[in-house]
Design a protein around this ligand. Structure first.
Ligand SMILES: Cc1ncc(COP(=O)(O)O)c(C=O)c1O
Length: 393
């Protein structure tokens, strides 16, 4: 069938634009009027709602997933002299949190199909100093948690799941973030629950949750959270030197209502996903692999792999061409071994991680926000086809 003539959009389709609706706007206004905008009752409600959604006993809200990862590593006792294994195909926050504890990050390459850390690569990177592993459920697809938990058990490793993409993710009937000792979530603007900035930690032990709560507020005794409550002033004690990582009620006001709609938004992204799968199937690009059986994919990123040899243009030229057609796109991620700081500090070389390096040099994420209308999705498809069609004949 002949392709229709391409007509560019008049306005930029912003990549990852959040869908903010009236209930959270009203809740933010009520929070402002209440006079309690710091950490208070709305944070407590958001934590309870999140724990219920994840079937976890407790959850602790913090001000980012980076903070959640940092605290989880500290609560695991990770520090100088330790090694922590993670994936090269992640946001720099995952590795920076490890570095901030004084430990050394060690990368293990990904499986080229799932783009998740390969358990065999983890096994090959173990040393007597390995203390923890941080699997990242990339794009919302669960990692091979059975294999990872077996390696962790056999080698006495702490498991901290980076669930920044994976609020809705499930693996063999169990929810992401509840396999390991800690699960860390992000509510950054492009994520599936948006609070501006924000994060959440699930800990498998109540003792760890109490310690995390203290660490997130300077290291004050846990009851310090109530010190400005209407029960009257309470003295607090500083029990260790912690951080300022608490979430505010203003952020939680957004999160409560975003979380209530999370499955509706997932269903909308699932429609967009199927539409992209169908409309792009005949192009010479690799589309995301189908989800594994008995899993729930959170559908966070829809990635195309632009192989210059097959497509007739390089990935970076594709990014430019999409921007010229007013379609916002993302890159998730250049392999961490491509960055000068890590190369300088740890001697990482891209060729050590061939799968992550190839994916990082070819990948493009196209818009997948639940905010997208059918017409927006058609514009994305039309732009991708318009860029690739003349070259790949
Ligand atoms: C995989 C991954 N880990 C960690 C983070 C850090 O999250 P935050 O921005 O909430 O600190 C992100 C954020 O994009 C991420 O994508």
């Amino acid at each position: 069938m002949p392709e229709q003539r391409f007509r560019p959009r008049e306005e930029l389709l912003v990549f990852g634009a959040p869908l903010i609706e009236e209930p959270e706007i009203d809740e933010v206004v009520r929070t402002l009027r209440s006079g309690w905008i710091g950490s208070g009752p709305r944070v407590a409600r958001f934590e309870a709602d999140f724990a219920a959604y994840k079937s976890a006993p407790q959850a602790l809200a913090v001000n980012s997933c980076t903070a959640a990862l940092h605290l989880a590593l500290i609560a695991s006792g990770v520090g100088p002299g330790d090694e922590v294994i993670t994936t090269p195909l992640t946001f720099c926050a995952t590795v920076n949190a490890i570095i901030h504890t004084g430990a050394t990050p060690v990368l293990a390459d990904v499986d080229p199909r799932t783009m998740n850390i390969d358990p065999a690569a983890i096994a090959s990177r173990l040393t007597p100093r390995t203390r923890a592993v941080v699997p990242v459920h990339f794009a919302g697809r669960p990692c091979d948690m059975d294999a990872i938990m077996t390696i962790a058990r056999d080698n006495h490793l702490t498991v901290i799941e980076d669930c920044a993409h994976a609020i809705e993710t499930e693996y063999r009937g169990r929810k992401a973030g509840t396999f390991g000792d800690f699960g860390c979530f992000s509510f950054y603007v492009t994520k599936h629950v948006v609070t501006g900035e924000g994060g959440m930690i699930l800990a498998s032990s109540p003792h760890d949750t109490a310690r995390l709560k203290s660490l997130a507020l300077h290291g004050m005794s846990a009851d310090a959270w109530k010190r400005f409550s209407d029960e009257g002033y309470k003295h607090y004690q500083l029990v260790e030197c912690g951080y300022k990582y608490n979430m505010t009620d203003l952020q939680a006001a957004l999160g409560i209502h975003q979380l209530a709609r999370i499955d509706r938004h997932h269903a909308r992204r699932a429609q967009l996903w199927v539409a992209y799968d169908e409309a792009l199937a005949d192009l010479p690009v690799a589309l995301p692999a189908p989800p594994e059986p008995d899993t729930r994919h959170a559908l966070h990123l829809y990635t195309l792999l632009i192989d210059e040899a097959r497509c007739g243009l390089a990935r970076d030229s594709f990014l430019v061409e999409m921007a010229a057609r007013n379609i916002g796109v993302g890159v998730h991620y250049l392999s961490l071994a491509e960055h000068p700081f890590y190369q300088r500090t740890f001697g990482w070389r891209p060729e050590e991680f061939p799968h992550a390096t190839r994916i990082g040099r070819q990948t493009v994420s196209i818009p997948l926000s639940p905010r997208l209308s059918d017409a927006d999705a058609q514009d994305v498809v039309a732009a991708v086809r318009d860029v690739l069609r003349p070259r790949c004949r």
